[in-house]
Structure formats: structure tokens, C-alpha cells
Ligand binder design. Sequence first.
Ligand SMILES: Nc1nc2c(ncn2[C@@H]2O[C@H](COP(=O)(O)OP(=O)(O)OP(=O)(O)O)[C@@H](O)[C@H]2O)c(=O)[nH]1
Ligand SMILES: [Mg+2]
Length: 208
Amino acid sequence: MAETPPAYLADFALSAATAKQFPEPLTFEAALLGRSNSGKSSLLNRWLGRKALARVSKTPGRTRLVNFFKVAWVKDDPPFWAADLPGYGFAAAPKDMVASWEALVRNYLEAARPNRLAFILMDIRRDPQAEEFNLCAWLGALNLPYRFIATKCDKLAANAKAKRLTVIQKSLNLAEKPLVFSALTGEGREELIALTKKAVLSSLSEPH
Ligand SMILES: Nc1nc2c(ncn2[C@@H]2O[C@H](COP(=O)(O)OP(=O)(O)OP(=O)(O)O)[C@@H](O)[C@H]2O)c(=O)[nH]1
Ligand SMILES: [Mg+2]
């Protein structure tokens, strides 16, 4: 299957430091959550086919704002938001900074933004920890649907990958296996595109 060309970005990116700066919701919104260094910014760049859209870093805690990108796959398609969030579990920052990022993520998740789907990213080689369990419980309480994505899958051979997916699924008691993704090879990109295209379409067909 031919690779989907880069997304058309509606010339609109916005970084929010407070809830007041969150833009008006669009038809659909994909929120990228996960601990620091799990590969959120890298996934965003690869998924949208834009190399340097979101800043990628070897230093955990690079993304400190909620970065919104207005995305359409084709110019005149109804656009949706892709939101890159600060990572959690970043212990090396001063405590008050960590608290302010947490407050920002909390405000974001608790905001009234319809038709959101959260993607929780985790390195395929790691086991789910308290952060992932807590996040699931929190999203569940907020009624916010989520899907796990196992990132950096280029680090493992096929059989090891399959084993890790089963471990992660069982540990979190997920109905579906996590999606697999590699920002390096592009594995999982088409599946993620298909999933989000479907979500945009079903948001559009919902009664208002
Ligand atoms: N091999 C491999 N490395 C990856 C992949 N995705 C991300 N990385 C690396 O992992 C590190 C962290 O990536 P980021 O995309 O900055 O992670 P993040 O989740 O946005 O991090 P924060 O902004 O700190 O929350 C970087 O060194 C990336 O190059 C991947 O699919 N494969
Ligand atoms: Mg980031």
C-alpha cells in the first residue's frame, strides 16, 4: 500500500501554557499522553509526515506546553486538532515546575472538549507503572476514551514485539492490544492514520 503523503497543516499551531489559551475545539481531537521520553513528539512528526513539527529531545521533559496542531489530510477536509502534551514522570525538574505541568495536563483533560481520543504512549520495552494505571483510572472517570500505543518498536524483533504487546495488554487489562509504532521506520503509521480518519468521520456524522 502506498504511504499516505504528509498531512496538510492548516497553517495553525498554538502553544498553550494555561487553559485560557486552549483553542476552540474542532470536529475531533487526538491527545498524545505518556511519560517523558516515551516518544510523543516523535510520533506526532512521523504520523503527520512532518519532520520537525514537534520538538524531539534526548532530555526528558522537553515539551512543557500543550502544543496544538490543526491537521487535515487533504486541504479541504474538515480539520482536527492533534495535541502534544507534556510528559509525566519527569523527576529531574524542580518540584514546582512538575506541579505546574501536572496542573496543565489536568486542566486539559478536564476541559470540555468533545470528541477527544487520548493516545497513551509507552516504550514497548517497559512494563506499565503506577503512572499508566493512574492515567487509565483518571481517563475512565472522565469518560475519555483512550488507546495505548507501544512506541520504539524498532528496538525489538518481531517475536519479542508480540510478547511485549501481550504483557502490556494483560497488565493493563486492555480490551485491545496496543497499537505498535516506530517513529524510525514508520511502522504503525498507516494504522494510526486510518484510526484517526475514522474518528473524524464518525464525529462529523454525530448529531449536534
Ligand atoms: N529508536 C527509536 N527512538 C525513538 C522513537 N521515538 C522516539 N525516540 C527517541 O526517544 C527520545 C524521546 O523522544 P521524544 O519524541 O522527544 O519523546 P516525548 O515523549 O515527546 O518526550 P517529552 O517531550 O519529554 O515528554 C528521543 O531521543 C527520540 O529520538 C522510535 O520510534 N524509535
Ligand atoms: Mg515531547
